[in-house]
Design a protein around this ligand. Structure first.
Ligand SMILES: NC(=O)C1=CN([C@@H]2O[C@H](COP(=O)(O)OP(=O)(O)OC[C@H]3O[C@@H](n4cnc5c(N)ncnc54)[C@H](O)[C@@H]3O)[C@@H](O)[C@H]2O)C=CC1
Ligand SMILES: O=C(O)C1=N[C@H](C(=O)O)C[C@H](O)C1
Length: 270
């Protein structure tokens, strides 16, 4: 009997799901114990390795999330908000740790996640890469050092299939900038300019989203003043950075007390 952490992965046919299956099954320190997809998905019942076009991994894709989550120590979840809420409730019921990469959740959905985190450890981040989580700290510090003569804009670009905007990462960076300035993002966020918008309001934090092609994920935080501009940039070229971060978070989360944690906690950045 192995005592390696047993990891279940949700949405295994997805862009992130497939990357996670590969990283977890290649990692000798952990065991891939569950491969979950939505009911009616054509992969359900097939070996997950074969469904991905590779060698068998001796694990069938299941739509029985309750059973797979109950049998795991930790579930890694990059799917969609409503699915993630249901997985969080299952993880809480079974005391399974939960790593959430899903973005696009509204305030009510985030409150439901916080409720599940009263019963199990949840690591949630709009971006699981080391680089972006370093950038978050940097953005907070630069925003704290500058006054409102510097207009803050967050610009992000992603592939044509992304369904939410601004990206989870853009919102993390916006939150960090607002924290640095000592304001609430909800009071200063300017999202979706169109038409006669009027001049920019001093102190606002603006968001712009570009969608196209196969862009993995690009984020700029711009501090623009009269006569100078600071740009902090992160470019992702490989989804492996998110996936490896999520596996690190999963190993870290096993055995942690109930609560909601960030990647900064996992990476020891705070
Ligand atoms: N936090 C981070 O570092 C990152 C977060 N993401 C986020 O992860 C999420 C997924 O992204 P992608 O993999 O690109 O999307 P995708 O559309 O390729 O994959 C989503 C998968 O979830 C599955 N799914 C949906 N509902 C389900 C359910 N009820 N049960 C089981 N499976 C279900 C779909 O069938 C699909 O396979 C998005 O919210 C994205 O923004 C993506 C990359 C990095
Ligand atoms: O949907 C994606 O692809 C990504 N989503 C995350 C986000 O919303 O920030 C992280 C990364 O940028 C890729």
């Amino acid at each position: 009997m192995s005592n390696r952490p047993r990891i279940a992965i949700t949405g295994v046919s997805g862009r992130m799901g497939q990357m996670l299956v590969k990283n977890v099954s290649d990692n000798d320190a952990v065991e891939l114990s569950g491969a979950i997809e939505r009911t009616d998905h054509e992969w359900v019942g097939q070996d997950v390795g074969v469904a991905m076009g590779g060698q068998p991994l001796n694990l069938a894709v299941t739509d029985d999330a309750a059973q797979a989550i109950a049998a795991a120590d930790v579930v890694i979840d990059f799917t969609a908000p409503t699915a993630t809420l249901a997985f969080a409730e299952l993880a809480a019921r079974h005391g399974t740790a939960h790593v959430i990469g899903t973005t696009g959740m509204n305030d009510e959905q985030l409150a439901s996640i916080a409720n599940s985190a009263r019963k199990t450890a949840i690591v949630r981040a709009g971006n699981m890469s080391l680089g972006v989580n370093l950038l978050v700290g940097l953005t907070r510090r630069v925003a704290a050092a500058l006054d409102e003569d510097f207009d803050i804009e967050v610009v992000e670009a992603h592939h044509r299939y992304k369904v939410d905007a601004p990206s989870g990462t853009a919102l993390m960076l916006g939150e960090a900038a607002a924290e640095g300035r000592g304001v609430k993002l909800r009071d200063v966020a300017d999202r979706g300019r169109d038409g006669i918008t009027g001049a920019r309001k001093r102190g606002d934090i603006g968001f712009t989203a570009i969608r196209g092609g196969d862009v993995v994920g690009e984020h700029d935080v711009i501090f623009a003043a009269d006569g100078e501009r600071i740009v902090i940039r992160h470019l992702a070229t490989d989804r492996g950075i998110f996936s490896r971060g999520a596996v690190k978070a999963a190993i870290w989360a096993v055995g942690k007390p109930a609560g909601e944690y960030s990647m900064a906690n996992v990476l020891g950045l705070e």
